[in-house]
Design a protein around this ligand. Structure first.
Ligand SMILES: O=C(CO)[C@@H](O)[C@@H](O)COP(=O)(O)O
Length: 224
């Protein structure tokens, strides 16, 4: 019998290339997962396997308690965290974790990143919040992600003294959130060296977010 969910496995394996392409990880320090539609299952990277060895075949399938269901490798050490998010946030279909340098520096400081530029209002419509410090090896990280992000727009949380976790309506959307989170963390770090950051007015954040999420690019509303 063939492996379960070959297409989702291939997509998740391929999405890890973006972590390298955009400078979000060194060695194996990051992971991407996707929810399996209609199943209490997820596909995630195997733990400690370098990105050049990630293929559809090397991905693993786990249940939403983080237990291995199919695969020749141990699942990512963050599988329980990803699984907790999928159990408690039904609208989320992708989760990413990295140690991208600027976002992780803000996490080390324990400071929210204020929504001070239009690119941040576009993508997040919100500050990027700090989540609690939580040790790996239980659902503490997942609980911290959900408690921090539930009910707010941001799709990125900086887990204190650890690093960013991002969520999305798809695994690709969660990867994009991780890329934009790092870009914004770097820009606002640079800005803060020159002076205090100033949060945009909430009304402007709301307008920018609405445009970017509903009109920007090739959305139907965006067509001339
Ligand atoms: O941050 C951590 C551990 O604290 C992990 O995400 C990172 O080392 C990557 O682990 P995996 O290779 O996905 O098991």
């Amino acid at each position: 019998m063939g492996m379960m969910f070959p297409e989702i496995r291939a997509e998740v394996a391929d999405l890890h290339k973006h972590l390298i392409q955009w400078g979000l990880v060194v060695w194996t320090a990051g992971n991407v997962s996707a929810r399996v539609p209609g199943e209490d299952l997820l596909v995630i990277k195997p733990s400690g396997v370098t990105y050049d060895q990630l293929t559809a075949e090397s991905m693993v399938v786990a249940d939403l308690d983080g237990k291995l269901v199919e695969g020749d490798h141990n699942p990512s050490s963050d599988t329980e965290a990803h699984a907790y998010v999928y159990r408690h946030m039904p609208e989320v279909n992708g989760v990413v974790h990295t140690h991208s340098p600027y976002a992780t520096a803000w996490a080390a400081l324990g400071e929210d990143i204020p929504c001070a530029i239009t690119a941040m209002a576009d993508e997040f419509g919100d500050d990027i919040p700090i989540g609690p410090f939580a040790l790996i090896g239980s659902d503490a990280i997942g609980r911290g992600i959900v408690e921090t992000l539930a009910g707010r727009r941001s799709t990125a949380v900086l887990m204190a003294q650890h690093g960013p976790f991002t969520i999305g309506k798809s695994a690709k959307a969660a990867v994009k959130s991780a890329v934009m989170c790092e870009d914004i963390a770097r820009t606002l770090h640079l800005a803060r060296q020159m002076g205090p950051l100033k949060r945009l007015p909430q009304t402007d954040i709301d307008k920018l977010y609405d445009r970017y999420q509903n009109v920007y690019g090739q959305t139907k509303q965006g067509s001339r």
